[in-house]
Design a protein around this ligand. Structure first.
Ligand SMILES: [Zn+2]
Ligand SMILES: [Zn+2]
Length: 201
């Protein structure tokens, strides 16, 4: 596989009036997706269109591939087709007004943990706003973030996944186990029992 890092680090001057098209493939680790939960089957295909208007750079396109996720119900790994629509705006970061960069970086680092408490932040419209400094655009952090945001919080291998037996741990999608159904005591059942006793008496 060709190393896409130059491709994903285009020079600003190359984004002419007619725009710039980028097409490459990258592995997860090449996009900084290298944590144990970041698994992909094959490379990620990246197609981007860049345009520039007075220093403001728009990036649109797609990122396609196959993510390997672990089902939260049955714990089995499954292939999850990934098609991420990319839409990002880059603004020039003027030197001396670097207030946004550390905050953005900190937020991104925090998001790597993907704690439920951070869910609200992910709806922030400014998620698609990025900053660039110097004469090159580093697209890798943005692409990494978009892939992370596209991941479901509760991955499920299929809608009707039966999960694991809470008693013996058998994957119930594969076969049924012999365990008696584990049902919480129902107050209605108790009432019904009393009623029938009363009728009998
Ligand atoms: Zn499952
Ligand atoms: Zn069982």
């Amino acid at each position: 596989m060709t190393v896409p890092m130059d491709m994903l680090n285009p020079a600003i001057v190359d984004i002419g009036p007619e725009g710039l098209s980028l097409s490459c493939s990258a592995s997860g680790p090449q996009l900084g997706l290298d944590e144990p939960g970041d698994k992909f089957d094959g490379p990620l295909a990246i197609q981007l269109e860049l345009s520039q208007l007075e220093g403001r750079i728009s990036v649109t396109g797609t990122l396609e591939g196959t993510a390997i996720r672990q089902c939260v119900r049955c714990l089995a790994e499954y292939a999850d087709p990934l098609l991420v629509s990319i839409y990002a705006e880059y603004l020039p970061q003027a030197s001396g007004t670097a207030k946004s960069a550390p905050a953005e970086q900190g937020r991104r680092n925090a998001r790597r943990g993907a704690q439920p408490a951070e869910l609200e932040e992910e709806a922030d419209e400014e998620d698609e706003l990025y900053w660039y400094q110097g004469d090159h655009l580093d697209l890798v952090p943005m692409l990494r973030e978009q892939v992370i945001l596209a991941a479901p919080m509760q991955p499920i291998c299929r809608e009707d996944c039966l999960g694991l037996c809470p008693q013996c741990g058998q994957n119930l999608n594969e076969r049924r186990c012999g365990c008696p159904p584990a049902q919480a005591p129902s107050p209605f059942r108790v009432l019904r029992g009393r009623g029938s006793k009363g009728e009998n008496a």
